[in-house]
Ligand binder design. Structure first.
Ligand code: ADP
Ligand code: TRP
Length: 321
């Protein structure tokens, strides 16, 4: 089984990225041949600062390695080190109906938020399809917001296979229901573009402050809360605390007598401990950047060899040989 996923270097990684995509991806590296990359071409659709892209790219590499991506098990690389994807992307655009892209929620949401659309933003799912198809990927671990993009990939692959003969493997999204949408500090989906993130790594004081200011309702501590499972702090606690601890806090909130301040304090402590080991690992990696650059270079070499062979197959099938 070949597993593939990517993450954009568009800002500091957060709990939504971690539980929705990174942890499932890291767990899957035990079960097959995993290819994980930093989608720096994709980040160009929304980030226009070269220095920032460079810094974010390195940060994503450090974050992912610190969180347990094992370069002995997974192939880890930068998207732009395999420029063949852009060539495949062109080939795929010619079989992609405009209507398929016009339906994409992610595109429509960005426009609705006032982002002025460039052609890259519109064509984003086609490049993503090329990313997936160029490695003959079977399984794509992502959060729920990316499901539609994997469906677009499937549609394009089927179309190509029908038009030019069996060429591409049809991939499947792999979405963990329990973490499909991690809520942010305001209760909406946590996202870099909504300013509601809790980062995986960062300054302790600032992160404590973020958690202590999670949006809660105005009910008094004494009041029983029959809807305790819907509480934002409880939902986040379930991700970072043991099942027993989370259950205990949920029961105390339900019964009444637990104040939101104490609940948030517990959330912060559990969150901070959850990433303690990764934090140490990250500091070690940051002090050894040569190692990190080597991992990415080696990953790129392996990924490129495979990409070239699949691209060749697609060119042959479509008469570009
Ligand atoms: P963002 O919305 O912060 O820009 P990305 O689009 O870069 O995040 O997402 C990277 C990966 O993390 C994708 O697989 C995405 O589905 C997942 N992801 C992002 N936010 C969440 C969330 N709140 N809950 C679950 N998964 C998420
Ligand atoms: N679009 C994905 C996101 O924003 C990143 C990505 C690019 C990706 N190419 C991919 C994810 C291929 C999975 C497979 O999260």
């Amino acid at each position: 089984m070949r597993i593939l996923s990517g993450i954009q270097p568009s800002g500091a990684l957060h709990l939504g990225n971690y539980f929705g995509m990174m942890r499932p991806a890291i767990e899957l590296q035990e079960q097959g041949e995993a290819y994980y990359f930093i989608a720096n071409y994709h980040s160009m659709t929304s980030l226009f600062d070269a220095a920032e892209r460079r810094k974010n790219t390195l940060d994503v590499a450090l974050d992912f390695l610190a969180c347990g991506l094992d370069p002995k098990k997974s192939i880890f690389f930068r998207q732009s080190d395999v420029p063949e994807v852009t060539e495949l992307s062109w080939i795929l655009t010619t079989l992609t109906p405009m209507s398929l892209l016009e339906k994409c929620h992610s595109y429509k949401d960005k426009i609705a938020k006032g982002v002025s659309p460039n052609h890259g933003l519109f064509a984003y799912p086609v490049l993503m399809a090329a990313d997936i198809l160029i490695y003959d990927s079977n399984v794509v671990p992502v959060g729920r917001d990316q499901k539609q993009h994997v469906e677009v990939t499937r549609d394009i692959a089927v179309k190509f296979n029908e038009q030019y003969g069996q060429t591409f493997v049809i991939p499947e999204p792999r979405i963990r229901d329990e973490v499909a949408v991690v809520p942010g500090t305001d209760g909406q989906k946590m996202s870099k573009s909504y300013g509601n993130t809790i980062e995986i790594f960062g300054d302790e004081k600032a992160l404590r402050k973020k958690i202590m200011s999670l949006t809660m309702d105005s009910r008094s501590p004494q009041e029983p809360k029959p809807d305790a499972e819907k509480n934002l702090a409880i939902q986040l606690l379930k991700l970072v605390a043991s099942a027993d601890v989370a259950k205990d806090f949920e029961a105390r909130l339900r019964a009444g007598g637990l104040g939101y301040g104490d609940l948030k304090k517990a959330l912060f402590e559990n969150y901070w401990n959850y990433f303690a080991e990764a934090r140490t690992k990250r500091a070690e990696l940051a002090a050894n950047l040569d190692y990190v650059h080597n991992v990415l270079a080696e990953g790129a070499g392996k990924a490129r060899t495979l990409a070239q062979s699949v691209l060749k197959r697609a060119k042959l099938a479509s008469g570009l040989d």
